[in-house]
Design a protein around this ligand. Structure first.
Ligand SMILES: [Zn+2]
Ligand SMILES: [Zn+2]
Length: 282
């Protein structure tokens, strides 16, 4: 059965597999087209294209930009964008630097809590420019401070926990405008994680559409069947594209596999021509 996976992370952000490894796994899982969507970075694309050519998988350039609105982080996926666009790269660099400023402060907090951890250790483990909280969680696991990444977030790193430091993030409208300026499609990632305060999801997505949003990630590893139906209706109601992805991270989210999520995810390949049509590339 052929399938898509339009949401995958690699070692270029907080995933534990290289782009080549991710593409190879996708090929084995029967994926015919995939998008690499690393957090706030597009440097994994070059290697992914080479690997895709070798196994005969279509590679779609992508990114996942973190934004913040009200009380919630909103992740905006970008697809088919010019991943080497100068302005986009500059904006993403600035965004990653804000995370760099945040990480040493998280480490300081952990140290004040009596945990033996240094920023150098986290950087060494990440082996990349793009360090995230999952890397810190992995160091805490290696040091047996916690037994799982989930415990690291639940006890220390999640919002409201003792080592939580907020990030300086763009608004969703800004993130969407960056993607559009690089001629990409902007899609709201995993609506299940959106924290709604005063407005309904429909109102939020309607506002995002007014800001330029093109689609909603309807198919996702942790969406229950009921949620998939709800988000599908929402996308249809507002005339938005439907996309889907596993949000594979490798070891950081060990229960999620490329192409099939927790085993039941199936993203229909028929979504792709509609996306291409929307970009004007079909
Ligand atoms: Zn996300
Ligand atoms: Zn993601």
């Amino acid at each position: 059965m052929s399938r898509l996976d339009l949401h995958l992370h690699t070692t270029h952000s907080d995933g534990s597999c290289t782009p080549t490894e991710v593409v190879t796994m996708a090929h084995r899982a029967g994926v015919t087209a995939l998008a690499i969507t690393d957090h706030d970075i597009t440097t994994g694309m070059a290697e992914a294209f080479t690997a895709g050519q070798q196994c005969g998988i279509e590679i779609i350039p992508g990114v996942e930009i973190s934004s913040f609105a009200g009380n919630s982080e909103l992740h905006i996926l970008g697809y088919f964008l010019d991943w080497q666009d100068f302005d986009l790269l500059e904006r993403l660099t600035t965004l990653r630097e804000s995370r760099h400023r945040r990480n040493p402060r998280i480490i300081e907090r952990l140290q004040t809590l009596g945990i033996d951890i240094t920023y150098d250790e986290v950087r060494a483990l990440a082996g990349t420019d793009s360090i995230g909280r999952p890397h810190i969680a992995r160091v805490l696991m290696d040091k047996h401070v916690v037994a799982s990444a989930k415990e690291a977030f639940d006890r220390f790193l999640a919002e409201g926990k003792p080592a939580y430091i907020p990030r300086e993030l763009p608004s969703p409208a800004e993130a969407i405008s960056w993607i559009k300026a690089a001629r990409g499609l902007a899609v709201l990632a995993h609506p299940t994680w959106v924290k709604l305060e005063d407005c309904s999801l429909v109102d939020l997505v309607r506002q995002l559409k007014a800001d330029g949003l093109d689609g909603v990630e309807v198919y996702y590893s942790t969406h229950a069947a009921r949620q998939t139906r709800e988000y599908l209706n929402l996308a249809q109601q507002l005339g938005l594209l439907v996309t889907g992805g596993s949000d594979f991270h490798g070891l950081t989210k060990p229960d999620i596999e490329v192409g099939i999520g927790k085993g039941t995810l199936h993203i229909p390949p028929s979504l792709l021509p509609k996306m291409k049509k929307a970009t004007g590339r079909l």
